[in-house]
Design a binder for this molecule. Sequence first.
Ligand code: PLP
Length: 397
Amino acid sequence: MADFAATREMFYLPEGVIYLDGNSLGPLPRAAEAKVAATLRDEWGEMLISGWNKAGWMEQPGRIGNRIARLIGAEPGSVVVGDTLSIKVYQALASALELNPERRVILSDSGNFPSDLYMADGLVRSLGQGYALKVVAPGEVEGAIDTCTAVLMLTEVDYRTGRKHDMAALTAVAHEQGALVLWDLAHSAGALPVDLAGANADFAVGCTYKYLNSGPGGPAFIYVAPRHANKVRPALSGWLGHEAPFGFDLTYRPARGIERMRVGTPPVLQMAALETALDVWDMVTMEEVRARSIELTEAFVAAVEQACPMLELASPRNPLLRGSQISFRHEEGYAIMQALIAHRVIGDFRAPDILRFGFTPLYTRMEDVVGAAAILAEIMAKALWRNPEYRVRHRVT
Ligand SMILES: Cc1ncc(COP(=O)(O)O)c(C=O)c1O
């Protein structure tokens, strides 16, 4: 049985802070400090370039990929780590389009993260030849999938509202229509059980700095279904995805399987942090995390709705239809969030009016939920957010 008091102990959390933003940036796993220091000193420092062979740096992306695979229901050997999520979106999408060469439409929704849509738009412009990005409302996705759809590209959990798509159902509809599916798991991996293999997904991508706690700038991951892995052209054909990188052949030949989705030199230090961060996941199951997440989010919704009728719930009320975050709407959402942060409750704000709170059972306790709701109630009751200081816009919201 999961011991969430023990998992919380594995993180460094600043004294007196209620942290409800692990859906944006996970906190520091205590062991990461020593691990990164040791990687710096004993590996980079002592081994110098021989670290690539002696310390296993070259195998790190696949080794870590396998540990992430377990959390997202992916087959062993189907996930590799590297680059940023935006890059992996581009790579997966470009690769998927080539597997469906007769079709020209990328279908996505307006709940998708803008970077995914920007990357798709950029790709469409580079490709020309009639390629197009079609964006519909989240509720209209199913009906918009047709025989023109080459790739359905969706983020499973909406970054603003937490609304969750039905991955298995939408994948099945897309396949019936002859389309491939790319899932962005940025707000799913480590947040709720994901079953990529069971859903028959084609491609998936996600990041590690949110629920997986790899730290700012931690690398992304990419999944390619084993049935495609030896057929797909990786689109970004970098030397570390080559069959024989140190053959220095002038002609590109993709490596076998998921290794071909690697591009260039991996971020070894950040991966050291990630590898350590993943240890905590060996102590829990995703089902236990999900059950606790639902308890925490339900308690938060009930407490906030009772004390703050002026805040409108933006997340689905049914916990099964949302991820591990709760969002409320208010036209002064930015100032309210700044007031909360000044009172040491950290969530974030997403334009135009969303107050967003992430619930991460590995280190979020019920007392944090109760405390955060009480502070929010006080800020609303006394209109503390009216302080002009809280209206100053920062670069990151
Ligand atoms: C759903 C989703 N996709 C893509 C991105 C972009 O990720 P990155 O900045 O790592 O490229 C984010 C970032 O938060 C995201 O939430």
